[in-house]
Design a protein around this ligand. Structure first.
Ligand SMILES: Nc1ncnc2c1ncn2[C@@H]1O[C@H](COP(=O)(O)OP(=O)(O)O)[C@@H](O)[C@H]1O
Ligand SMILES: [Mg+2]
Length: 259
């Protein structure tokens, strides 16, 4: 039996009277690509926010590499090797591409908690390492030759890739992506799929939220379907596409991508 990298047990979040996530269970194993799908408001982002401790859980447990991380601080979770991208693009417009990626590089240093984009003078040595790691990450997403441009001058699709590079700059164990395909055109989507598959070959593990069913079905090892905070199905793309519960939830639409 393989050991899960991430174990979600009975995970629940209440916002006032709203149960955004309701007793959700699933595992993610090393080097998997797992999709979370469901209608708007299903609780997908809240799930990612709980895993990264941006939102505190109401009930249940999150284990990472066999240890509970429930209730940890966000930077502690990051230090254990969980990174993420956000549903809305998080780009620092007035920083260059490489500086935007360096923001993802943070580590404990003598000078305290260091974040790549800031406090350069007090941590010059780390800054050099951060720079080198950022260049490496940019290489993996095919943006090395754009490193010195202002991030805001890149097309939207490439800004997404800057975010992906930022999320892998620390060589994390688990990368969470919240709707990575949102706003991308077809060419950009194909490129992003290629990059995720390339990163998986290098050992990365992904848990991602996405509405683009073509991507979800094409790239995922397993899919978790949530509706109104409840997991209603889990399975391979083939299993999910012919699951009557899922088909009913999606009214038979969009779950089967058009060829
Ligand atoms: N910070 C919050 N405070 C109150 N309600 C929230 C908060 N975040 C999310 N919700 C509610 O939780 C539910 C799930 O939201 P969300 O996780 O963003 O869904 P999804 O990402 O699947 O679209 C929604 O009803 C949303 O309004
Ligand atoms: Mg969301």
């Amino acid at each position: 039996m393989r050991t899960p990298l991430l174990e979600i047990s009975n995970l629940t979040k209440q916002f006032g009277g709203v149960t955004a996530v309701n007793k959700v269970n699933f595992n993610v194993f090393p080097n998997e690509i797992i999709a979370v799908i469901g209608p708007n408001g299903a609780g997908k982002t809240t799930l990612i926010n709980m895993i990264t401790s941006i939102v505190q859980t109401s009930q249940g447990e999150i284990k990472f590499s066999g240890e509970s991380i429930t209730g940890r601080k966000t930077h502690e979770v990051a230090k254990r090797g969980i990174t993420r991208t956000f549903q809305n693009l998080q780009i620092f417009n007035d920083m260059t591409v490489v500086e935007n990626v360096m923001v993802g590089f943070h580590t404990r240093t003598k000078s305290g908690f260091f974040s790549g984009g800031f406090g350069f003078s007090s941590a010059r040595k780390d800054n050099k390492i951060a720079y080198e790691k950022a260049i490496e990450a940019l290489g993996l997403v095919g943006l090395k030759d754009r490193k010195d441009e202002l991030a805001m001058n890149l097309p939207y699709g490439l800004q997404r890739l800057v975010e992906i590079a930022r999320s892998i700059v620390m060589e994390p164990n688990l990368v969470l992506l919240d709707e990575p395909m949102a706003g991308l055109n077809q060419k950009e989507s194909i490129e992003l799929v290629r990059i995720i598959l390339r990163l998986r070959k290098r050992g990365y593990t992904f848990l991602f939220v996405e509405h683009d069913m073509e991507m979800v079905m094409g790239i995922s090892d397993r899919i978790i379907v949530i509706e109104n905070g409840v997991k209603i199905a889990e399975g391979t793309p083939e299993e999910i596409q012919r699951d009557p519960v899922v088909i009913a939830a999606y009214l038979g639409e969009e779950i089967i991508p058009h060829a």
